[in-house]
Design a protein around this ligand. Structure first.
Ligand code: IYR
Length: 225
């Protein structure tokens, strides 16, 4: 895009408040994010719409291919809608566990204790259906190619999870497959592909999570200095 139709503005260096300096701040943020665990047992404790709106606004600050912002978030707290999603998701999952999943896949899932029961979809106060806009539609109704839409929506989803964790809310990234039923339920057009369901709420009182470990730094990175 030329500078004419996309003028530039000054971007002064951002100075967040870091009384203990950048190294201590990044270490503290790592410790904070390392408390995040995927939760499958939720409390029905309500979460305000304002909180969900602020976290979705945060997700919408993600970078995206050609700044096309190819995401849509449908936030659902309506009990009937959640029940419909649960029923549809469980139907898909029954097929997944009974026939679609390979023995290797089932073995990989074993430590996580997942199964076809998706009670959490109804118990948690919010379910956010995330859609990826595979292409856009211009003013004349023509298709507009979207670049890197999967990567872009993944980035936005990560930022949404981070924003929710930041105030102590837990999430579960759930991908019933196929998820076509979500377009109809969420009133979304066909250029939007259901990307993920994000279950959002506080963990139930006696919530347990599998005792998994994260890979060490030296297993997930190398440095060339
Ligand atoms: N979608 C199924 C199976 C599942 C797959 C993966 I990869 C997980 O990390 C967890 C579950 C389900 O939700 O049960």
């Amino acid at each position: 895009m030329s500078e004419d139709n996309h003028p530039y503005i000054k971007y002064p260096r951002y100075h967040p408040d870091m009384p203990n300096g950048a190294e201590a701040t990044t270490e503290a943020f790592y410790q904070h994010m390392n408390q995040r665990r995927t939760v499958r047992h939720y409390s029905p404790e309500p979460v305000s719409r304002a909180i969900i709106e602020n976290c979705i606004k945060t997700a919408g600050t993600a970078p995206s291919g050609a700044h096309q912002q190819p995401w849509h978030f449908c936030a659902i707290s309506n009990p009937q809608a959640k029940q419909t999603i649960r029923q549809a998701a469980e139907k898909e999952e029954q097929e997944f566990y009974a026939t679609k999943a390979s023995p290797e896949w089932l073995k990989a899932l074993d430590p996580l204790g997942t199964d076809t029961n998706k009670q959490f979809i109804e118990t948690a106060p919010w379910v956010i259906a995330i859609f990826a806009k595979k292409y856009g539609i211009d003013e004349n109704g023509n298709k507009v190619k979207h670049y890197y839409f999967n990567e872009s929506v993944g980035l936005a989803t990560g930022m949404l999870i981070t924003a929710l964790h930041n105030i102590g809310l837990s999430t579960l990234t759930h991908t019933p497959s196929p998820m076509g039923f979500l377009n109809q339920l969420c009133n979304r057009p066909k250029n939007e592909k259901p990307y993920m369901l994000l279950i959002v709420g506080y963990p139930e009182d006696q919530c347990q999570v599998p005792d998994i470990k994260r890979l060490d730094l030296n297993k997930i990175s190398n440095f060339i200095e």
